[in-house]
Design a protein around this ligand. Structure first.
Ligand code: AMO
Length: 420
């Protein structure tokens, strides 16, 4: 390993001769003096030098004396440098990575992602995303959950047959998993409480700012619940833990993006689906994006909450594994969590008796045979259980104010984009 001081810690070494390493973020050559700004994973450092200096995106190692300077980032700069070039770029970056406002449109950024994402403002959402996942894991580990890893190549669709990618699996038809739904439920029979952070695939024909063909799903499932409200309470903890981790681990990304982190109420307000319909004067069996926005604004006005649960979605709009509301025929123990105007999470209580699955499939005119593997769990005894899935990219987009979900993932996959 190259022995170096990280740029964020340079001020602790005032007066010493130290080595930093990173990329030339910016080069400015004036008549009498020249400056290099070097970028590493922790930040930027200024180097004062003379003569010809390596250009932007050269990978360099610089040894110099740490000296106070009020103009330099972090209040110190390196003087009397010895500069060694570790790698020289073959071409300049597609746009200036040092500009405080990104001077490129989204397609250009995505086409050049391996370089473009080096821009601190383009990297920041990814740092927030990583910190969120760390907080999710930390919280669920603390609550006694076990992390699982389920197959992404599967024999049957989970979230209804639509929007599924088919693949050729050694000459047999197979699918890319739309969610870990069946496997996470099955694993409740093994561990009681499980979670998974993994990719899921949706053959989304919509070209929207909130849909991807591959996204990261933060899934959880837990047994011995009295109903969906127990699941909502765990989700509330998970979201609070994610935010706490973002605050702790991604402070500089939060401040450079000017992100305002939401407060999570001790109890997130919840309204029933029929109430949501009444409030938005609708009789549609689902909520439109416009209704979701309206309801979110209402929750801020009425409850000071940027989060809102909508519970009791119609059974007809939920998958066959959904538990009905015993008190309200036609409605489910399923919920969505809205955050800043958008559906962020879907979850609910599931059926847990084998015979209820057989009836549910029959009622929907679906054959049992493709689900035999999954249904084993219920044949051998499963506790009342429920769970949820949170879309990571949607979360990061809402949190950072990114207008397009494609700004929150390094290599988005959509209707048109398959590379880089
Ligand atoms: P659902 O299909 O609603 O539920 O997905 C859960 C969450 O995933 C996110 N999401 C998406 N994000 C980006 N691009 C997409 N195409 C996309 N589709 C969905 C949303 C959504 O709320 N098995 C159930 C979950 C459960 O009940 O546990 C499921 O997958 O944030």
């Amino acid at each position: 390993m190259i022995s170096r001081v990280m740029t964020a810690e340079l001020a602790e070494h005032a007066g010493q001769r130290v080595t930093i390493a990173g990329w030339v973020h910016r080069r400015r050559q004036l008549k009498s003096v020249s400056f290099l700004v070097v970028r590493d994973r922790t930040g930027l450092a200024q180097v004062v030098a003379e003569g010809d200096l390596p250009g932007e995106e050269n990978v360099v190692q610089v040894t110099g004396t740490v000296t106070a300077s009020s103009q330099a980032p972090g209040g110190v700069e390196l003087v009397k440098p010895e500069i060694e070039v570790l790698a020289e770029p073959g071409a300049p970056p597609p746009f200036d990575l040092y500009r405080p406002v990104v001077p490129a449109a989204l397609p250009t950024i995505l086409d050049h992602a391996p370089v473009a994402l080096r821009h601190p403002l383009l990297r920041a959402p990814l740092e927030i995303s990583a910190a969120s996942v760390a907080g999710f894991r930390e919280t669920l580990d603390r609550l006694g959950f076990t992390e699982i890893h389920t197959p992404k190549i599967v024999a049957s669709a989970t979230e209804s047959g639509a929007n599924v990618f088919g693949i050729d699996y050694f000459g047999r038809p197979a699918y890319l998993a739309q969610s870990p739904q069946f496997y996470k439920q099955t694993m409740v029979g093994v561990f009681e409480r499980v979670y998974e952070v993994g990719p899921v695939f949706r053959a989304e024909p919509h070209d929207t700012v909130r849909h991807l063909a591959q996204y990261t799903s933060l899934d959880a499932e837990l047994g011995f619940v009295a109903g969906h409200r127990d699941v909502m309470a765990v989700l509330r903890e998970a979201v609070a833990g994610m935010l706490e981790s973002v605050r702790r681990r991604a402070a500089s990304a939060v401040s450079s993006l000017g992100v305002s982190l939401p407060a999570v109420p001790a109890e997130i307000p919840a309204i029933h689906f029929t109430e949501a319909q009444r409030m938005t004067s609708s009789d549609e069996p689902d909520l439109s994006p416009a209704q979701e926005r309206w309801l979110s604004e209402w929750a801020v006005r009425e409850h000071g909450s940027e989060f809102l649960f909508v519970t009791g979605y119609p059974m007809a709009k939920r998958p066959f594994y959904t538990h009905p509301d015993p008190a309200r025929p036609g409605y489910s123990n399923g919920f969505d969590l809205l955050f800043r105007g958008l559906e962020l999470v879907t979850g609910g209580q599931r059926l847990h008796r084998h015979e209820d699955y057989l009836t549910a499939l029959e009622e929907r005119g679906e054959p049992v045979e493709p689900y035999e593997g999954y249904l084993q769990a219920f044949r051998y005894g499963m506790p009342p259980h429920g769970g949820f899935a949170l879309g990571l990219e949607r979360w990061t987009a809402r949190l950072t104010g990114a207008a397009n979900i494609r700004q929150t993932t390094a290599f988005p996959r959509d209707l048109h984009r398959l590379s880089p």
